[in-house]
Design a binder for this molecule. Structure first.
Ligand code: HEC
Ligand code: HEC
Length: 293
């Protein structure tokens, strides 16, 4: 309903509606807005036809172009894996010494190993691989289980006191808790152990106590830690003479270690990480420790 009358103030036409002398202006939606709405609608119709759009129960309209973001991502992941396989294939095929001589490969190992280590190992061993109390430093060349490449790889694969059938078993007895040694004997042997790396710390200890300690050590500890306390990789038993400590080298901590045992644990990585990833991590850890000896 429109009348042929123009509002003198605004210049708009009037609709003919009037309430108590107030007349309604005829102000239609501006053309550009119509054009925009129509264009947007046409664009959406085109998208419905060309791209995946409407759900249809268990499937959906696939669109004429046949694009699918899931395929795009799958392809990108595949391409990344292919790009990686160019050098990981070499890692899988070559032996450790040859890889360590190949500087281009070692550059990849350093980058990729850093990521793998950060994702899987840093929580326990620290981002710098230098460990902490109860978690060994992996770059100090002081090994519990041995530091040649195949041995390190095996430790990573099977874990320590893990649920893997090939796990390394770290089993120092709880000499005090299980009543194998009394408090006096544990005190004596802990003083003796302390004397191996830190003679200054036992200056005040009676020679008699140290002699008793040495005897207790020979009878109970040497089987794993060696007659001189130098440790044994086969048992995962640390060298007790080098002043590098997994749990701590003060008298009280050594006493607690002997009283309770420690039974450090590391999960097995074999099913979780691929054989190649474990090889990369082995190379990464050894590389962080410095050039091969
Ligand atoms: C849940 C904690 C934890 C995580 C995660 C972990 N480790 Fe360990 N790792 C340990 C502990 C604890 C030990 C020492 C156990 C023992 O007393 O023998 C160890 C020992 C090792 C050793 C043997 C060191 C030696 O001196 O012989 C290597 C090598 C090692 N870890 C590498 C790795 C790598 C590589 C990763 C990542 C894939 C990793 N660890 C992840 C806890 C962990
Ligand atoms: C069955 C083998 C075995 C015997 C026997 C054994 N140990 Fe151990 N010892 C280990 C292992 C393995 C570790 C590594 C601890 C861990 O992570 O559980 C260890 C760790 C230690 C540590 C901690 C070192 C550190 O760096 O913090 C001390 C100290 C120690 N042993 C002293 C002794 C003394 C003293 C005796 C004898 C009374 C003894 N051990 C007997 C296997 C043994």
């Amino acid at each position: 309903m429109s009348v042929n009358e123009r509002d003198p103030h605004t210049g708009h036409m009037l609709t003919g509606h009037e309430w108590n002398g107030i007349k309604e202006l005829n102000t239609p939606v501006p053309k550009p807005v119509w054009i925009f709405l129509i264009a947007a609608f046409l664009f959406s119709v085109a998208c419905w036809i060309l791209l995946p759009a409407w759900p249809l129960g268990s499937t959906y309209t696939k669109g004429l172009l046949g694009t699918d973001q899931r395929d795009v991502v799958t392809e990108q992941v595949h391409n990344a894996a292919m790009a990686r396989s160019v050098w990981t294939g070499k890692i899988a095929a070559m032996d450790y010494a040859a890889i360590r001589r190949d500087q281009a490969l070692m550059t990849m190992v350093r980058q990729d190993g850093h990521r793998l280590f950060g994702d899987n190992c840093a929580a326990c061993h620290g981002i710098n691989a230098m460990g902490g109390k109860g978690y060994p430093n992996l770059i100090d060349r002081d090994w519990l289980w041995g530091g040649d490449a195949e041995t390190v790889a095996q430790t990573i694969r099977a874990g320590i006191n893990s649920s893997d059938e090939n796990t390394r078993v770290s089993q120092m007895p709880s000499f005090g808790r299980d009543g194998m040694l009394d408090g006096k004997a544990i005190f004596a042997v802990s003083q003796y152990v302390l004397s191996l790396s830190n003679p200054g710390a036992v200056k005040g200890t009676p020679a008699e106590t140290l002699r008793t300690g040495a005897k207790v050590f020979a009878d109970n500890c040497a089987a794993c830690h060696g007659p001189k306390g130098l440790g044994d990789h086969a048992m995962g038993a640390p060298n007790l003479t080098d002043n590098i400590w997994l749990y701590g080298g003060d008298a009280q901590t050594i006493y607690t270690t002997i009283y309770d045992g420690r039974h450090g644990e590391m999960p097995a990585w074999s099913p979780r990480l691929s054989a190649t990833d474990i090889k990369i991590l082995t190379l990464y850890v050894l590389d962080r420790g410095g050039p091969p000896q």
